[in-house]
Each structure stands twice: as C-alpha cells, then as structure tokens.
Write a new protein. Sequence first.
Length: 195
Amino acid sequence: MFKFSRRTPAPVAPEFAHSALPSAANSSQAANDIQRELIRVAFQDTVRATGLPPQLLDCAVRYIKVGKSAERVQVQLVMQQWSEQLLRYSLAFQNELMKCLDHYEPGVDHTQHEWLWRYAADVATPFPELPLAGQWAASDALRTQPTPPPLRKQAPMATPVQAKSSPKDFELRDIFSGLTADSLQTARVNTPAAP
C-alpha cells in the first residue's frame, strides 16, 4: 500500500560503481602509512637538531603482528657507517627521537614501541673479529667508564666588569644630604612622562 516507507538503496551511477568506502584493512594500512611517515619526519628532525651526519644513520619502521589483530610498531635505527661516537650516544639519540615524537604525538606512549638498533649489511668495522676470551675479563677498557666529552656551554651574554672602588669612604646620607623638598619637586616636574 505505502511504498514510500520501504527503504531501497539509491541507484549507483555506473561511473562510481567501482569506488567503494575503504575497508577496515585499507583504513588500518593508511593509518600505518601516516604513522610511518611521522616517525621518519621526527627522525630527520632529530638528526638535524643533534648535528648528526645524515649518512651515519637511517630509520625503518615495521609493524609486527602481536596476536590476531594487534600490531606493535618497531622502529629500526640502522647504522650505515661505523661510528664509535654514535655507539656511545645511541641511547641519548633514541631518547631525543622519543622526545621529538612526543612533541608531534603527545597522546601516544612511544616507549611502548619496539626500538631496535642494527647495522647495515655492508658496514665496515675496525673490529671484524672478537678478542680472545681472556681479554674480556682483563680489559681495563671494559671496567672503566669512558669520560664523556664536555657539554657545550653557552657563552655569557655580557662579560662582567668589576666596578672601580672609590678611594674615599662615604655614606648614603652624605650623597643625599644636599637634597631638599624643592629640588625633588623640580626634578619631578622636569622629568618627561613615560609613554
């Protein structure tokens, strides 16, 4: 009787028949791509801010399946060239990168990401083989902490200059003894008003 109460899908124009709303898998992939790009941008910003030569380190982002539907972000920091100094400060660099990510995504806990340091396949090292077993225990280098280089100090804004001392002693009452109420009133009248 009343056909207007029945809902039927609207006919789709033939030129739009192939397009469809993105599925959940496509949506998840798009979110992963955005997050991957965000991590790479934060990595490049951190490299630039710390003064690290860009050819030393690269960044790769992987998504590792955990369970049936959950994924974990794995950030791989890849050493492209051997650098003992970078090895010493690797944790400090990683912390700076996490701070940069926290700046971009304050609502995400980036400590839950899996952080992985690895070497590129063609990295040349000055230590291609392990030392003998006895050298590990006898090595003074392993028992002593290397002293880090001094931190950069900011230059003072102005060099302090010591005031010259007057050869005679005086007191404040001597300085202000010549002032009278009339001279103070004259000074107040002659002083220009502040803007």
